[in-house]
Design a protein around this ligand. Structure first.
Ligand code: UD1
Ligand code: CA
Length: 451
């Protein structure tokens, strides 16, 4: 049976007070509408229609998929009017599922049961809400749905009803088309209410079915920055729970942010305040200490990231120790047993096994061999103001503290560079290279005195 999905996304979202259309506001770094599109795609619809309005081009540009049909609702005259805009695209046979672009966490199982029930009847997704204020109420008689009444149209008795309309529904196309033609805007808000199709179904003697949502987050819509932040925490908790079920130790699941996808091996530990972005892969026994930020990176088995480290587009081997306060920038590739210490910045460089760069260094555009020691404050001068140049440091090299290596340059295998040197020419292997002025002391010198 053919399935159409219509996502309503034309609302402005005034309460967001933002230039960004509401459905593009980010939840875990991804626009709200993206979640609804993914949930829709997960049930393989024959067509996906999105009704857009406010900020139209921005919304379209954010989802350049050829599977999406876009329909503009020029004026927001109500949810019924919004669905009417999509109708010319919808086939006569099959059924249509209506989702909201600002209800991001609708789940696949709920969608599937709605589709099943919506083949012959209108089915409405409802929820028992302790505080139903603001929602349309489900009015039943002898247990059967009679109509949906909007909060603003409710009488005192109806206001006490706790079963609310989530807005999500599914109906056979031929019935939906007929009902939509019969809508009017004779109500307090002068809007074309989609919810009036419930009354029309009853008028036509066709029973209206319901499906009840069991999880409030899955039917919650977002209208304000506070609601967005509240949902962010729910979403983060769900993500953390999933990782914990896979065996990851998360010290405090309320203090972790995953804005992307984390894959973790066995016995991984994540301390508080860490942020993960993009695609992050953690090996077995990896430890991420407090307040670290890891983006699009791979971290090998038994490697430990110490507090406040910042790691982007890097690949780190096994048994490494990074940080505290380390910064690994894009293109960093560390082999095994590498130590990167505090206030060390590495960019676009490969560092081989058992090399230590422990304090206050900058290593950029470099190839660093194995068992190298780079002393405190040593830096590569890779940029001449116009171009970047490479540095090669071969195996077993010792770079003394506060050395400046002016690239392009090569330090030969086993060489030692004396502390404080400024190296502008290649250093031969095995030798000590010094470049600093000779130390002298002036005997008999006296300190100046104040006049
Ligand atoms: C609607 C339902 C209400 C339900 C509530 C759940 C109607 C008449 N009422 O309320 O019963 O409890 O949702 O949140 O359907 N939209 C458009 N074009 C429009 C109007 C709305 O695309 O002209 C979109 C919005 O962007 C949003 C969704 O439809 O995604 C719901 O609109 P909103 O105004 O939030 O819902 P209500 O009408 O208050
Ligand atoms: Ca409204």
């Amino acid at each position: 049976m053919s399935l159409s999905i219509v996502i309503l996304a034309a609302g402005k979202g005034t309460r967001m007070r933002s230039d960004l259309p509401k459905v593009l506001q980010p939840l875990a770094h991804k626009p709200l509408l993206g979640y609804v599109i993914n949930a829709s795609m997960s049930v393989n619809p024959s067509q996906l229609v999105i009704v857009y309005g406010y900020g139209g081009n921005l919304v379209k540009k954010a989802f350049p998929s050829e599977h999406i049909q876009w329909v503009e609702q020029k004026e927001q005259l109500g949810t019924g009017h919004a669905v009417q805009q999509a109708i010319p695209l919808i086939k006569d046979e099959g059924c249509t599922l209506i989702l909201y672009g600002d209800v991001p966490l609708i789940d696949q199982e709920t969608i599937q049961s709605l589709i099943k029930k919506g083949q012959k009847n209108l089915v409405v997704l409802t929820y028992q809400k302790e505080n139903p204020k603001g929602y349309g109420r489900i009015v039943r008689k002898d247990d059967r749905i009679q109509k949906i009444v909007e909060e603003k149209d409710c009488d005192a008795l109806q206001k006490n009803i706790k079963e609310i309309n989530t807005g999500i529904m599914c109906a056979p196309n031929h019935l939906l088309k007929n009902w939509l033609k019969r809508l009017n805007n004779q109500n307090v808000q002068k809007e074309y209410y989609l919810t009036d199709i419930v009354g029309l179904s009853i008028e036509d003697n066709i029973e209206v079915l319901s499906e009840s949502a069991d999880n409030e987050v899955s039917i919650t819509g977002i209208n304000s920055k506070f609601e967005l932040a509240t949902m962010e925490r729910s979403y983060q908790l769900m993500t953390a729970k999933k990782l914990m079920e896979e065996g990851v130790t998360i010290i405090d699941p309320s203090r972790i942010d995953i804005r992307g996808e984390v894959t973790a091996g066995q016995d991984v530990l994540i301390d508080v305040g860490c942020i993960f972005e993009g695609k992050v892969i953690l090996g077995n026994h990896v430890k991420i200490a407090a307040y670290s930020h890891v983006k699009d990176s791979v971290i090998g088995d038994h490697t430990s990231i110490e507090p406040y480290s910042h790691i982007v587009q890097s690949v780190i081997g096994e048994n490494c120790r990074i940080g505290p306060f380390a910064r690994l920038r894009p293109g960093t590739k560390l082999q095994n047993k590498v130590h990167i210490g505090n206030f060390v910045e590495i960019k676009n460089s490969e560092v081989n096994n058992e090399t230590n760069i422990n304090h206050l260094s900058y290593v950029g555009d470099s190839l660093v061999g194995k068992s190298v020691n780079i002393g405190a404050g040593a830096i590569t001068c890779n940029y001449d103001g116009a171009n970047k140049h490479p540095t090669t440091i071969e195996d077993y090299v010792f770079i003394g503290s506060n050395t400046a290596l002016v690239a392009p340059i090569k330090i030969g295998k086993g060489a030692t560079i004396a502390a404080g040197s400024t190296i502008t020419k290649d250093a031969p292997p095995g030798e000590l290279t010094v470049s600093r002025s000779k130390q002298t002391s002036i005997s008999g010198w006296t300190k100046p005195t104040k006049k």
